[in-house]
Every structure is written in C-alpha cells, then in structure tokens.
Design a protein around this ligand. Structure first.
Ligand code: PLP
Length: 390
C-alpha cells in the first residue's frame, strides 16, 4: 500500500513540503492572502493586466455573445472566430507568418516538442530550462543532452558528438524563470545554423516585457532578422495577465502542429472569455509602451536598492530577481517573516531550483509604486538583519 502520510512526513522533514496559500481578492500589486492585505512580490502579472478594467469588459462581452464553454476541441467544433482573430493578431504582433494558440504554456511545450522530435532524435537543453520543457522531452522519448547554464562552448561540444542522431533541436527559455537572466540567443542561433539544428525559444517571461514593443527577447537583443529560423513559443498567462499560450513561425510549422501536436488536438478549446481577454490584453501590450518603461524603472530602482543592502543581483533588465539564500529552511523562514511584515514573496526550493540554491524569487510589476518598493526594501532589510543575512 502507498503510504501518503509517510511521503508527506518525509517532505516535511526536508522542509520541502509545499502548501497552498489562498488569495481572497483580485490579483493585483496589493492583495489579500490568507486574510491579510500584503504587497505582492511574487506574481508573473508583470504589467498588472490580470485585473484590468478594459480586459474584464472584453471578456464579459464575449460571454454574452458566445457563451461560457467552447464545446469541443479545436479540430472538432470548438474553433471559434475568436481563436482565429487572436492567432492572426499574435502573428501580426510577432511579425511571423502564422501563430497557434495552446491551452497553457505547459501544454504548449509538451505539444510542440513532442511533435517536433521523437525516437532517434536529440534535444539540447539548458540545465535551467523550465520543467515543462523537461517533461516535454521525456514525453517525446528523444535523447536528452543537458548543457550547463548558458554554456555555449559545452553545448557545441555536445552537438559535435551527436552526429548519429536524425533531427537535432536546441531549446531554451529566453528569460530563465527562476533566475531572471537572458539566454545567449546569438550563440544559439549561430550554433543552430552551423550544425543544422532546429531552435526553439520559450518566451514565457519575455513576451510583453522585453523589447520596445514587447515582442520579446529577439526584439530586445536586436535579433529579429533571424526569426525565420526560430520556433517561438510564449505564454498569455504572465505579462498578458490572462491564460493560454502561443507558438509562432512559418505557415508550414503551424499547419504541421495542427496535424501532429497531441496537446493541441486532444483537448477542449479555450473558452470565449479567455480568448477575448487575451485579444484585449494583446492590444494593450502593444499600445502601452509606458507600462514597460515603468516596469524597467521599477527593476532598476529595486535592484539598486538590493545592491545597496549588500545582496548580489545581476544587471539583467527583467522583473525576476532571485535573492539566493541557499538553505531551504532559512529561505522559508525569510518568506514567513516577510509575510508577517505584509510582504508576500515565495521561497523557491528544490526540485524547482538546484540543491543548495533555495531562494526568494522576487518579481516586480509595472503597477508597483515607488512607495511600494521602498516599503519592500525596508522590510527586506529588517528581516535579513534579524536572520543575520546582511
Ligand atoms: C510559466 C512557464 C511556462 C508554463 O506556462 P503556463 O501558461 O503557466 O502553463 C512555460 N515555460 C516557462 C519558461 C514558464 O515560466
């Protein structure tokens, strides 16, 4: 018999047991969690769109016009005019031929990667890529070659040793979800060309955030002229404040995925309320450069504040800021004490991050005020001193 209690006790002893906290208000820069009004420093709602009035209105209109459910998978009869509109608009935004919406970032990665590669193929994967990419590779039954984080030299060595495989795929987060740093995309593009590999990037944390127009890491790094050769995936659940994901690229790629991607084929289409919200969010993401400018200002202000306190932070202009503590127990203690001070930031432990690299994962929003950030820095200073971390 499976002993659930014992498994849970094991986790408890290693300080790795996870527990749900419950949000009792709207998802915003301040919100009510477990009965307490706290400053939100851990959502991926970077532009503050999850509770945007204009998006709520668009979503409600779609329910009135099209109802609540989509009724079937896209290929049966769930493909509504709204899905088509969203996909056309995403392709236009990303300046690609075509785009396809998936039900979440997690299932998009499963669906794309397992359709691209299989037995006899090989995938080269950054050690810090998102869990959904790892799961996708396992599902595809492809050979997995992990390379050390952003280590293009080792990656090239691994590729050279992989002549016996059929298809080769390099896959990377463009902004790493737990570290907030940006992939060495120029190197990856060069290697993919030199060795005839497919290249796929996961823009979950870059879409809407990076680049003047929010098109992501390729825009930010000035590499958009290379996009023809890249399979770009991104989510609508983070900066877009909604739900779902997309992949974009050539017409042929999209047609292929419609035919081959099981995570696209065998699931019910996203409902009208969600798709209409994403359409509105896309419009706002494209037209609101000021939100990205504000976010950038917040990032620079907060990182400078942390440096001043003695924490080591990188210069990456992304809203994900890890405060590496190391020990899982101490990390959770830090998070708990901050919550008492009305700051909500989650501790992140193995297996989400490597052993010995537990951390507070701070994320910033465009809608945080300077006062919010000053409040957070003061509380972080207080608690870090109590725990003898600074
Ligand atoms: C969040 C995330 C996903 C999963 O997206 P969901 O829409 O939340 O399922 C995939 N890849 C990366 C890098 C992510 O950070």
């Amino acid at each position: 018999m499976f002993d659930f209690k014992k498994e849970l006790l094991d986790l408890e002893e290693k300080r790795l047991r996870r527990q749900l906290k419950t949000l009792e208000s709207q998802q915003d820069s301040w919100f009510v969690v477990d009965g307490k009004r706290v400053l939100n420093l851990c959502s991926n709602n970077y532009l503050g769109l999850a509770n945007d009035k204009r998006i709520k209105k668009a979503s409600i209109s779609a329910i009135k016009k099209y109802g609540c459910g989509s009724g079937a998978s896209r290929l049966v009869c769930g493909n509504m005019i709204l899905h088509k509109e969203l996909e056309e608009k995403i392709a236009k935004f990303k300046k690609t031929e075509s785009a396809l919406v998936f039900n979440s970032g997690y299932t998009a990665n499963l669906g794309i990667i397992s359709a691209l590669v299989g037995r006899g193929d090989v995938v080269f994967c950054d050690k810090l890529n998102h869990a959904s990419i790892i799961d996708a590779i396992i599902l595809s039954r492809t050979e997995l070659r992990r390379y050390p984080h952003k280590d293009s030299f080792t990656l090239e060595e691994l590729i050279k040793k992989s002549e016996n495989f059929n298809k080769k795929l390099i896959v990377t987060d463009s902004v790493f979800s737990m570290d907030g740093d940006i992939a060495a995309l120029k190197d990856l593009i060069n290697l993919s060309k030199k060795y005839n590999c497919l290249l796929m990037i996961d823009e979950a944390h870059a879409t809407g955030v990076l680049g003047k127009n929010g098109r992501g890491a390729l825009e930010y790094l000035g590499l958009e002229n290379e996009k023809e050769n890249i399979i770009q995936m991104g989510t609508l659940s983070k900066a877009f404040g909604g739900f779902g994901a997309y992949v974009c690229g050539s017409k042929d790629l999209i047609e292929y995925l419609i035919n081959k991607s099981r995570a696209f084929i065998y699931t019910t289409a996203l409902p009208p309320a969600v798709i209409a919200a994403n359409i509105k969010a896309l419009e706002i993401v494209q037209s609101s450069k000021n939100l990205r400018i504000k976010l950038k200002k917040n990032i620079s202000f907060f990182k400078n504040g942390l440096k001043f306190l003695g924490f080591s932070v990188t210069d990456d202009e992304t809203p994900i800021i890890p405060l590496i503590i190391g020990d899982a127990k101490l990390t959770m203690e830090f998070s708990k004490k901050l919550f008492k001070e009305r700051i909500f930031v989650q501790g992140i432990r193995p297996p989400t991050v490597p052993q010995g690299l537990a951390r507070l994962r701070i994320t910033l929003m465009a809608t945080h005020t300077k006062k919010d950030l000053e409040f957070a820095l003061a509380k972080i200073k207080k608690v870090a001193k109590e725990l003898c971390l600074i």
